[in-house]
Design a protein around this ligand. Structure first.
Ligand SMILES: [Zn+2]
Length: 200
């Protein structure tokens, strides 16, 4: 059934959210229109402003409204370790687990040639710049324990092989095929403390 173009468009737009199908989108739209007009306006203006102003940190590719993100801007962190993750939400998960105090590099996903995602697209040239500009002695590969995450980690090992760096991989214990963002804090901390040095 159609509610008219405006409401229909709203329902369609809400379905860009992950896990939101037509029914849920309808419920959300009705809630906003029936009960929370000011909430709806706040949401609309924050979405609009964020979509326009949020960009990638020029050091690590994390999401930020500034030139460099808050993590890169924090000079009290451990300058010797760089942790490579697949996404800003993986970075958040590691930050919330509270154990790691080094810096990050956020890939734009993982290598996936079939989807047109090669080394350039996920920012590997930028990763090399970051590594060479820093004082890192260790690089932690914290890509997901999925087939694509492992392949990406392997590619990065080859890329960094000739540099004077210790390269480590998070310990097993993370669910195989699982994504970092879904691991609990204990598991994540355990994966960090038990990280393994890779033989180059
Ligand atoms: Zn940054």
């Amino acid at each position: 059934m159609s509610y008219g173009p405006l409401i229909d468009n709203l329902i369609d737009s809400l379905q860009v959210l992950p896990g939101v199908g037509r029914k849920t989108a309808q419920r959300m739209a009705m809630h906003l229109l029936e009960r929370d007009r000011s909430g709806a306006q706040r949401l609309a203006s924050h979405l609009d402003e964020s979509a326009q102003k949020i960009k990638r940190c020029r050091c690590c590719q994390n999401l930020t409204e500034f030139e460099t993100c808050v993590v890169c801007g924090d000079k009290r962190r451990d300058q010797s370790i760089l942790c490579i993750v697949e996404s800003p939400s993986d970075l958040q998960a590691i930050e919330q687990s509270g154990h790691y105090r080094g810096y990050y590099f956020v890939l734009m996903g993982h290598l996936s040639p079939l989807d047109g995602l090669g080394p350039e697209e996920i920012g590997l040239p930028k990763l090399l710049e970051r590594v060479d500009a820093g004082l890192f002695s260790e690089v932690i590969l914290a890509t997901n324990a999925t087939v694509e995450g492992e392949a990406t980690a392997h590619y990065i090992v080859e890329l960094l092989r000739d540099r004077d760096l210790e390269i480590t991989r998070l310990a097993q214990g993370l669910p195989t095929g699982g994504e970092l963002g879904y691991a609990d804090f204990g598991t994540l901390n355990h994966a960090f403390t038990g990280r393994k040095k890779l033989d180059l």
